[in-house]
Write a protein that binds this ligand. Structure first.
Ligand code: GLU
Length: 411
């Protein structure tokens, strides 16, 4: 279940329908470069430890490489490559003038102190700074990274180059040139997409039940946004535990409970459930918002939801996709659903370049327009070619990237 192998199956499917030239298809099967470094970091006990770090720069035909940096013990080079390919396609689906990149460090950040994390984040920039910058490659948060980490990375970068360059990284705190709405953008974008789909299906939020796997930035904000919009969120889970209540969870209280206790378990008035059980609940909408390969051919047959909204990157494998397509289960693909995050990252860069900042309402309105337009463009492709939504999204994205490559002289 190598995510890069899965990503290439998705590419091949679209490339076949588009009749892409062999040359362009071959170029799209490899990142332009993968930077790799071992970062030496002084730990609080005085010892020095090494951490493996990557930055995959996949394709920049449409603009500078763009994509987050992940801190996770399970990071591998192939995972980072897959994620950077998906970033390329994601930026193209929503029409951003950006390419795709992704970074990662093999580390369990929960076992690091604040000072150790700071030194690790600065070491990452020291290792790769020559390849980063507002017109080269622009990182952002991803799994287990956040605004504070972006702030350290920005500071390190600006110290090295000797001038301010806020557009070199996004997902920054507001005080350092971040954008309003960036922290909730991935979830908000996904909620706009779900709303469009519900309209197409003639369904109302009030009567719709939802289960969400993953309670990080994407999953927790999604739970809150959908709860506030009137959906019945019946189950949520994080990497350790899950909770479920048939008539809906009060998400504001769930968030308070997690904040207070550090865990979802023990939330009053709800039953405990495992991550596996959450995925097979009888709900209308299932939202995987954690990591890749959550839904594979091994559990796809057991899924009972009618709609799967991929808020994580790569949670559904190609084999599982085929099962869903045959059963008439609609899977709304990651490169559309979770593109709200990078869209507001792009807004952040635009605001940094102007040095003038938008209100929450301005960001929200611009995000809604981009997500709604992208949804309809994907839907149109899907209808025209008689394919699933993922293939529709890839048809749109691959065509846009390939066209930029051709304009640059490739054939
Ligand atoms: N990590 C996010 C993603 O996977 C955001 C990337 C960005 O803002 O550049 O889409």
């Amino acid at each position: 279940m190598n995510p890069f192998v899965n990503a290439m199956r998705q590419l091949d499917r679209a490339a076949g329908i588009l009749k892409l030239s062999d040359n362009i298809q071959d170029i799209l099967k490899k990142p332009i470069r993968v930077l790799s470094a071992r970062l030496s970091v002084e730990m609080d006990d005085g010892e020095t430890r090494e951490f493996q770090a990557f930055r995959s720069q996949y394709n920049d035909a449409r603009g500078p490489f763009k994509g987050g940096i992940r801190y996770h013990p399970g990071v591998t080079e192939d995972e980072v490559k897959a994620l950077s390919f998906w970033m390329t396609m994601k930026c193209a689906v929503v029409g951003l003038p950006l390419g795709g990149g992704k970074g990662g460090i093999v580390v369990d950040p929960k076992k690091m102190s604040e000072k150790e994390l700071e030194r690790l984040s600065r070491a990452y920039v020291q290792a790769f700074h020559k390849y980063l910058g507002p017109t080269k490659d622009v990182p952002a948060p991803d799994v287990y990274t956040n605004g504070q980490i972006m702030a350290w990375m920005l500071d390190e970068y600006e110290k090295i180059i000797g001038e301010h360059a806020p557009g070199m990284i996004t997902g920054k705190p507001l005080e350092l040139g971040g954008s309003r709405g960036r922290d909730t953008a991935t979830a908000q974008g996904g909620a706009f997409v779900l709303q469009e789909l519900m309209d197409k299906l003639g369904k109302k939020p009030k009567k719709t039940t939802v289960a969400i796997q993953g309670f990080g930035n994407a999953g927790a904000n999604m739970a809150k946004i959908l709860h506030d919009a009137g959906y019945t969120v019946v189950a949520v889970s994080d990497s350790r535990s899950g909770v479920c209540a048939k008539h809906g969870l009060d998400i504001t209280r769930v968030l308070e409970h997690k904040e207070k206790t550090g865990s979802l378990s023990g939330f009053e008035g709800a039953d405990a459930l495992s991550n596996d059980d959450l995925l097979t609940l009888d709900v209308d909408v299932l939202i995987p918002a954690a990591l890749e390969n959550a839904i594979t051919k091994d559990n796809a047959e057991k899924i009972r939801a009618g709609v799967i909204l991929e808020l994580a990157n790569g949670p559904v494998t190609p084999d599982a996709d085929e099962i869903f397509y045959k059963k008439g289960i609609i899977c709304v693909p990651d490169i559309l659903t979770n593109a709200g995050g990078v869209t507001v990252s792009y807004f952040e860069q635009v605001q940094n370049a102007m040095n003038y900042y938008w209100t929450d309402a301005e960001v929200r309105e611009k995000l809604e327009k981009i997500m709604v337009d992208a949804f309809h463009a994907v839907w149109e492709k899907k209808e025209k070619h008689g394919v699933d939504m993922r293939t529709g999204a890839f048809l749109l994205a691959v065509d846009r990237v390939a066209s930029a490559m051709r304009l640059r002289g490739l054939s």
